[in-house]
Design a protein around this ligand. Structure first.
Ligand code: TLP
Length: 353
């Protein structure tokens, strides 16, 4: 792929926190990892990663899987039977970005709640729940996403989680959290991953987003839940062999890259503040809570804005007709944000042409 670069020769890639490259220390850990056949349960590095992830999330067990999508879809499959209904937020990754997985893989219906920047209340949940009746699919599972991707990296606070969890519990529903960026929520709130995960029957986390590992996610829950999930991982084709090589990258990320997310959050805030001063850009700076910055372009299309910016060496993602997403990450420094802002300012004011 040949992409443009800034005048310093660097490309500033803000499309996602999935684009990060492994650090030299992470590569060393991967190269030196002890490995075995994980389908036989014999990969010591995978076993260690699963054990340590379970501890961090305060759950009995965890399962290493190739992707966040697989972790979520295995969770849906493990909690449900064909013909059940699950409740998701209308822009949740599970519903919006996972290629119809709930219908295709689990045969379940999705019932949507529309939140505010992805966050909904116990009352919102209550409003979509129907009584047991032969006409209705049995509702089994409620999913929330923390942080919420299309909500702009918005954080579910403990009281908001407790509100939804209380309704779910009262109605006998199971609770899953898509915690692809739970690490960011923990850093932003100062509340541990374990506490944020406590009300949930299952939690998925990603090592390949903000934490910067090249591959890998995990699903955590009770021992019984994970034993059933392990069978669906195999059925979905996610049983890997000497997976310790990638698990070592994830383990390194879990130990070394969590607290540094504060830097990504500060960079996102500064990017948002800089963007707010530019003509043709509409942004709510206050809404930037973690590493995702969403803004609107008012004088043209998002696709065109992103294409022009790309040619100047700064990459972002158009997420709608006039909406753009920038995600700060491990490979983008504070200095890169300064350079990116200069480039965007020149483009928006026409002074760079
Ligand atoms: N999100 C990706 C894209 O798929 C949109 C991104 O660039 O943000 N849950 C959440 C909340 C996610 O944001 C993602 C990835 C996933 C699950 C899926 O993870 P992967 O890509 O590992 O399947």
């Amino acid at each position: 792929m040949s992409a443009s670069s800034t005048s310093s020769g660097k490309q500033i890639d803000l499309r996602s926190d999935t684009v990060t490259l492994p650090t030299p220390a992470m590569r060393r850990a991967m190269a030196e990892a002890m490995v075995g056949d994980d389908v036989f349960g014999e990969d010591p590095t995978v076993n260690e990663l699963e054990a340590q992830t379970a501890v961090v999330l305060g759950k009995e067990a965890a399962l290493f899987v190739p992707s966040g999508t697989m972790a979520n879809q295995i969770a849906v499959r493990t909690h449900t039977e064909h013909g059940d209904e699950i409740v998701v937020e209308s822009s949740a990754h599970i519903y919006y970005y996972e290629a119809g997985g709930p219908a295709a893989l689990s045969g379940v219906m999705c019932r949507c709640v529309t939140g505010r920047r992805g966050i909904f209340s116990g009352a919102d949940l209550e409003a979509v729940l129907r009584p047991p009746d032969q006409h209705f699919p049995p509702t089994r599972l409620v999913c929330i996403e923390n942080t919420h991707n299309r909500g702009g990296g918005s954080v579910w606070r403990l009281d908001q989680i407790a509100d939804v969890a209380a309704v779910a519990k009262r109605r006998g529903l199971r609770l899953h959290m898509d915690g692809a960026r739970l690490w960011n929520a923990a850093v932003a709130t100062g509340v541990s991953e374990r506490d944020l995960a406590a009300p949930f029957d299952s939690v998925s986390v990603c090592f390949s987003k903000g934490l910067g590992a090249p591959v890998g996610s995990a699903l955590a829950g009770s021992k019984e839940f994970i034993a059933r999930a392990r069978r669906f991982r195999k059925q979905f084709g996610g049983g890997m062999r000497q997976a310790g090589i990638i698990a070592a990258g994830a383990l390194h990320a879990l130990h070394n890259h969590r607290s540094r997310l504060a830097e990504d959050h500060a960079n996102a805030k500064r990017l948002a503040q800089g963007l707010s001063r530019l003509p043709g850009v509409a942004i709510d700076v206050e809404s930037v809570e973690t590493n995702i910055v969403l803004f609107r372009v008012t004088g043209g299309s998002a696709t065109e804005f992103v294409r022009k910016l790309d040619a100047l060496g700064v990459r972002m993602l158009a997420t709608g007709a006039d909406t753009i997403r920038a995600v700060t990450n491990l490979n983008v420094s504070g200095e890169d944000i300064t350079v990116a802002l200069e480039i965007i300012a020149a483009m928006c004011t026409g002074s760079g042409n």
